[in-house]
Write a protein that binds this ligand. Structure first.
Ligand SMILES: Cc1cc2nc3c(=O)[nH]c(=O)nc-3n(C[C@H](O)[C@H](O)[C@H](O)COP(=O)(O)OP(=O)(O)OC[C@H]3O[C@@H](n4cnc5c(N)ncnc54)[C@H](O)[C@@H]3O)c2cc1C
Length: 392
């Protein structure tokens, strides 16, 4: 059997939640180990659209709720990190777009126009016209209103690569991850491919994998919900970058379009929003592609997609259970003894989840150990691929 390892904090899951937390704890002087059973970012994170929401989309009901206030600070924190002077040094991570746009193909309901002009939204939403419109919307046939949101869109593969670098020697690949108990039967770490790892605290950040890990620990709570999505990808030499939520009749996006670079330099549009939700999930791949083609032909008829290649991707969003499968608005963290369990619920909220872990550690008096024992070379997890890299 491999020798026992010990660490201050042991993290399960190498998506954005685990990697961000790991980098932040290391920077504060904690010794950490992060175990990943497949590939870094390969769960939801690399399949996300990379939008660093500031809450505007969630505030569309017409008021800023407490939860939309909680997310409002995320773009600033990410911007500082991207500039190299935030809580993490993310210099070198690619920004795909400085802003995400909100686009209403009809007339925007009067109460929304008033809301956008309100004091609460000033500086967060600005209307754009003419040459200030995103290039893909600059056509004489374009109708509707476009608002620029103070939200970023990130190239997630470069983010995961940077967090891998910041992880230094703390990463460990392991297929079989089981709880480790002390003589009193208390959780004291994890057993990874048979190797015991003792830790002062264990943090489960394994996305959809949290449910299985909790079950192995004999815990039924916290419960997890999975929200299925059926995303569409379209690749064509004629595509120009577009980062926008297109509003439907209600306040929920009918279509959310982000644009990502394929390995051959062409752009790939990644389509989510209402298209990818319930009715989209019920469609098979061919019907879902047809539905996406209808939406684009109706909304952007000037885009020539005759030579386009189409793919779809099914993926579940893993979150703490809410009544009626509604979306949670905040990062979620709970603690049971030495075990902490979290879901960021959004890529954008990874800093918020790490705040909650730090607050919990500090409340319990868990400070970084003064010295860290040297580590043997450990098996390393591979980097995952984004769907625009993998599917074409
Ligand atoms: C299609 C889509 C689009 C999205 N777009 C956005 C967006 O634009 N903006 C935004 O803010 N959010 C977005 N999200 C949400 C966001 O992607 C997720 O909230 C976030 O990535 C979750 O990160 P995570 O680290 O918790 O989970 P994951 O990224 O799923 O990572 C979990 C990791 O744990 C590993 N793991 C699982 N089980 C085990 C185990 N037993 N042992 C060890 N490791 C294990 C997995 O292999 C995986 O690498 C989107 C989600 C989807 C699905």
């Amino acid at each position: 059997m491999s020798s026992t390892l010990s660490t201050d904090i042991l993290i399960a899951g190498g998506g954005i939640a685990g990697l961000w937390l790991n980098a932040r704890l290391r920077r504060l002087g904690y010794s950490t180990l992060l175990v990943e059973h497949e590939a870094l970012g390969g769960g939801q994170s690399l399949k996300s659209q990379g939008i660093i929401h500031g809450g505007t989309k969630y505030a569309l009901g017409g008021s800023l709720t407490g939860s939309s206030e909680a997310i409002a600070d995320m773009p600033r924190r990410w911007r500082e990190a991207l500039a190299g002077h935030g809580e993490l040094d993310l210099a070198g991570v690619h920004l795909l777009c400085e802003a995400h746009y909100l686009w209403s193909p009809g007339t925007l309901a009067g109460n929304l126009t008033g809301f956008f002009a309100s004091k609460a939204m000033r500086g967060r939403v600005d209307q754009v016209k003419g040459e200030a419109l995103p290039a893909a919307l600059q056509d004489e046939r374009f109708r509707g209103k476009v608002y620029r949101l103070a939200e970023l869109v990130l190239d997630v593969p470069s983010l995961i690569r940077r967090l891998q670098v910041l992880a230094g020697d703390s990463l460990l690949a392991g297929k079989q991850v089981e709880p480790l108990h002390d003589a009193q039967g208390e959780l004291c770490g994890l057993q990874v491919d048979g190797r015991p790892i003792e830790a002062r605290r264990v943090v489960l950040c394994a996305g959809a994998g949290n449910a299985g890990l909790l079950a192995r620990c004999g815990l039924a709570e916290p419960a997890q919900q999975l929200r299925a999505l059926h995303m569409v990808l379209v690749k064509s030499a004629s595509l120009r970058p577009l980062y926008a939520h297109c509003l439907g009749a209600g306040t929920k996006p009918r279509l959310t379009i982000t644009t990502h670079p394929a390995d051959d330099g062409q752009w790939v549009w990644y389509l989510g929003g209402h298209l990818a939700e319930a009715e989209g999930v019920a469609r098979d791949e061919a019907a879902q592609i047809k539905a996406a083609q209808r939406e684009l032909a109706e909304l952007l008829p000037w885009i020539d997609l005759r030579d386009a290649q189409w793919r779809t991707l099914r993926i579940d969003r893993a979150e703490p259970a809410q009544s009626g499968l509604v979306r949670p608005d905040n990062a979620f963290l709970t603690r049971q003894g030495r075990l902490l369990v979290g879901w960021p619920t959004k890529l954008a909220l990874a800093p918020d989840l790490s705040d909650r872990v730090l607050a919990s550690l500090r409340a319990e008096g868990i400070e970084p150990s003064p010295s860290h024992a040297p580590r043997p070379a450990l098996p390393q997890p591979a980097l995952g691929l984004a769907p625009w890299q993998e599917l074409f």
